[in-house]
Design a protein around this ligand. Structure first.
Ligand SMILES: NC(=O)c1ccc[n+]([C@@H]2O[C@H](COP(=O)([O-])OP(=O)(O)OC[C@H]3O[C@@H](n4cnc5c(N)ncnc54)[C@H](OP(=O)(O)O)[C@@H]3O)[C@@H](O)[C@H]2O)c1
Length: 288
């Protein structure tokens, strides 16, 4: 049985602890929060472990997961190192998407195997998270000696682990943010422009929702270049100009920036003349 401590029994911490406990392969040692009330809530949710608030009281464990907010990770690692409660040869990981294992440097200097384990999943509500976690990709990065235990932990809680190259966390997290957050931003932009056309919210949601789902399926199945359709892929600069004429200055700037990237994606399908005209039509956002 592998022993697991959780420092930070919030949304991610208590979800991972519960999944690990339910797998029957982990003994949950401590669930540590800043407040005793949070630690007790976490312990009740997990159904195992001791509720703690003092890092120096942590019991020994094979793995200690720091599931505290990103801005707290380095300070908690420094405090754990000063308290000398983590044994050399054991594993400590944090769950930040963008932070590297290097955030845990004071512990690594004491012979602790340090890494990061980031599930690409939204733990908005722990009860729902536990039900929906299966199949989640989990990015691992850090000390090679920590990886086998963390790969097993990720798999035991229902995830699918993969290892990131050193130095890859910022680009990894940027990619996730673009795929998730900017998709929402594009939906918002399209909805606002649809409202300009006098479409009701219901109609706009149905039309844009259907098209966005179909396009997402296409690009995931075919790849971006093959999935691209529309005026830019056809080299239809006249349509692009008509779009631009109805957009606000702010929306137009975004339309042109994305349009230029779209034209680069379509480059193999455009003639030299089409490329040139599109460049002229899309390149003049600042002159509007
Ligand atoms: N939530 C997600 O969807 C998600 C997804 C992937 C990765 N992550 C990563 O997971 C980590 C935790 O995020 P979260 O959303 O689970 O945070 P959260 O819900 O805000 O929970 C944070 C927990 O950390 C405790 N805490 C805060 N500062 C502490 C300190 N100095 N010492 C001990 N405990 C401390 C808090 O205790 P109190 O309640 O007593 O304040 C709370 O239990 C972050 O690195 C985040 O980037 C989160």
């Amino acid at each position: 049985m592998t022993s697991l401590n959780i420092v930070g029994g919030g949304r991610l911490g208590k979800s991972v602890a519960r999944l690990a406990h339910d797998s029957g392969r982990y003994r949950i040692g401590a669930l540590l929060c800043r407040s005793q009330a949070s630690a007790l809530v976490a312990r009740d949710f997990v159904g195992a472990g001791v509720a703690l608030t003092t890092l120096a009281d942590l019991p020994a464990a094979d793995i200690t997961l720091l599931a505290v907010p990103d801005g707290e990770i380095a300070a908690v690692a420094a405090e754990l190192s000063a308290a000398r409660v983590i044994a050399a040869g054991s594993v400590v990981c944090h769950a930040s998407g963008v932070g590297e294992a290097a955030l845990l440097a004071p512990l690594a200097a004491q012979g602790v195997h340090c890494a990061s384990l980031h599930p690409a999943f939204s733990f908005a509500d722990p009860a729902r998270a536990v039900d929906g976690f299966a199949g989640t990709r989990c990015a691992l990065e850090g000390d090679a000696a920590a990886l086998p235990l963390l790969q097993r932990l990720a798999a035991d809680i229902g995830g699918v682990p993969f290892v990131l190259a050193p130095g890859g966390k910022a680009a990894y997290h940027a990619a996730l943010s673009i795929a998730s957050n900017y998709l929402v931003t594009l939906h918002d932009l399209a909805s606002r422009v649809a409202a300009q056309a006098g479409m009701t919210d219901d109609i706009a949601a149905a039309v844009l929702g259907g098209l966005m789902r179909q396009t997402l399926d296409n690009t995931l199945a075919l790849g971006p270049a093959a999935a691209l359709t529309g005026p830019i892929a056809r080299g239809d600069a006249g349509t692009v100009a008509r779009h631009r004429a109805v957009l606000s200055t702010q929306d137009d700037a975004l339309y042109c920036a994305l349009g230029q990237a779209t034209a680069r994606l379509a480059v193999d399908r455009l003639s030299e003349a089409q490329r040139h005209v599109l460049q002229m039509v899309l390149g003049a956002a600042e002159e509007k």
